[in-house]
Design a protein around this ligand. Structure first.
Ligand code: PHE
Length: 452
């Protein structure tokens, strides 16, 4: 496949926003607060930030260069760069991971759609028990599954429009709007009665709570949130122009992603402490129970404003999720399309259909299949565990080894400096991290956890 046959992103800002669109999603607004809540708050956040800077950015640059140099889907990329070797499994594992993540991610994305409908039909402004609302909804056998399928179809529509007209156009409109709304909500949340406790929880580290499980969770969250270790950004980078500055793009994406995650924490935790009966370790329902309360409490006196903000927020929640599901979908679609010479639209149907099938099981694990567990995990938890805590960090580790040890140093340098046109003072440090720091750190955290 030659570069001139493939689609490309049209502009640098399009590249940053599409990649940031992949990174910013439910991982920031839903998973991050949930992980912070169950792992003890500020100490978790500090470790998380360390993982982003030390492991996340170098691995992201590596994925970018692998994708851009090979100009192919992630499975073929390794075959092109390391022909005849076992490295092909690394790309293949990414495609599988993307498929699995999309299947359970779409379930939660479907919930955001249901909440948008509920907000738009004014079901939240009357108050009530939002915990019960959430539990009744997710345990319903067909409604959340239908929303999940609907969400995958929305993703499908953008994907079949292609890279420039679909993915890029969409991200360019969505991302700025998302950032604006998040800022407004942070201000609302700071005005809540429990904001001091919430902020203390977020900002005052208690290191006695740090275990290897917490470190593994922080690392998993960093990889998940940056869409790393499974070929997503590698696939996007295969559509980058030769002019794109890979280091700078990675730094921008990581910064945007981290700011959004921390701001989501600022929105959620003051509200958690402002509402009776909520606790920060409430699990996957946390955001879905607290957010309706945020609007209720913040706009109690001006209900119409509360209505507008809540609808706006859920719409944006949907769209943030959508820019991520699009990137997940693209990994598998590009793979099937390019590797089996099936048309892009047929490939997209296969992915959408397959994910709907698996998604039904993930969705039902909050209801009729809640007893189908393995080592205490439901099907949904298992999908999350296998991908975020296992495949993604492991993928990150092997990507580091691949770039640091296997790839020709000149190729790596040419890609990150755009053939010498960019100055790169940190190149030595970057290679050092890839060769030693990332593999050893990730490996140690893994071993520690697995030896238990
Ligand atoms: N990074 C996305 C989020 O935080 C999730 C994601 C993971 C997207 C892996 C693509 C690939 O929501």
């Amino acid at each position: 496949m030659h570069s001139n046959e493939r689609a490309n992103f049209g502009s640098k800002i399009g590249i940053v926003l599409a990649s940031a669109g992949s990174a910013v999603g439910l991982g920031n607004i839903w998973r991050f607060p949930c992980e912070v809540g169950s792992n003890g708050g500020a100490a978790f956040i500090l470790i998380y930030l360390l993982c982003i800077a030390l492991l996340g950015i170098p691995v992201m640059v590596s994925e970018f260069l692998i994708g851009r140099h090979s100009r192919a889907n992630t499975a073929s990329a390794y075959k092109i760069l390391a022909p005849g070797t076992q490295w092909k499994w690394l790309g293949f594992m990414g495609v599988i991971a993307a498929f699995l993540i999309l299947s359970y991610y779409a379930v939660v994305a479907g919930w955001t759609l249901e909440y948008t409908v509920a907000a738009a039909t004014d079901q939240f402004s009357r108050g009530g028990d939002f915990t019960a609302f959430f539990n009744t909804f997710v345990s319903n056998p067909w409604k959340p599954a239908l929303y999940m399928a609907l969400f995958l179809l929305l993703t499908h529509i953008v994907i079949i429009r292609g890279v420039k007209e679909g993915i890029e156009k969409f991200s360019k409109v969505m991302m700025p709007m998302l950032l604006l709304i998040i800022c407004i909500l942070v201000i609302c949340s700071f005005s809540m009665p429990g904001s001091v406790e919430g902020l203390t929880f977020l900002l005052k580290p208690d290191f006695s709570k740090v275990t290897t499980k917490v470190v593994l969770s922080a690392m998993g969250q960093a990889f998940f949130s940056l869409s790393l270790g499974m070929g997503c950004l590698c696939t996007y980078a295969s559509y980058f122009s030769d002019e794109a500055n890979l280091m700078k793009t990675a730094a921008s994406v990581a910064t945007i992603d981290t700011i959004v995650a921390v701001m989501a924490g600022f929105i959620i935790f003051p509200a958690v402490y402002s509402v009776q009966g909520l606790s920060p370790d409430a699990g996957p329902g946390l955001v879905f129970v607290t957010l309706p309360n945020v609007f209720q409490i913040a706009f109690g006196n001006v209900p119409w404003l509360g209505y507008i903000f809540s609808v706006m927020f859920y719409v944006l929640f949907v769209l943030a999720a959508l820019t991520s599901t699009i990137s997940l979908h693209e990994v598998s679609t590009a793979y099937i399309h390019e590797s089996y010479h099936i048309s892009r639209s047929k490939a997209a149907y296969i992915v959408t259909g397959g994910c709907i099938f698996l998604g039904v099981f993930c969705s039902l694990s909050f209801g009729v299949l809640s007893d189908a567990t393995w080592m205490g995990m439901t099907i949904f938890d298992l999908f999350d565990f296998v991908t975020a805590k296992f495949i993604m960090p492991l993928g990150g580790m092997f990507i580091s080894i691949f770039t640091g040890w296997y790839l020709d140093r000149k190729l790596v340098k040419d890609e990150v400096t755009n053939k010498g046109r960019l100055r790169l003072p940190f190149f030595g440090l970057y290679i050092f991290i890839l060769k030693y720091v990332a593999p050893l750190a990730i490996g140690a955290i893994f071993l520690n956890e697995l030896m238990k």
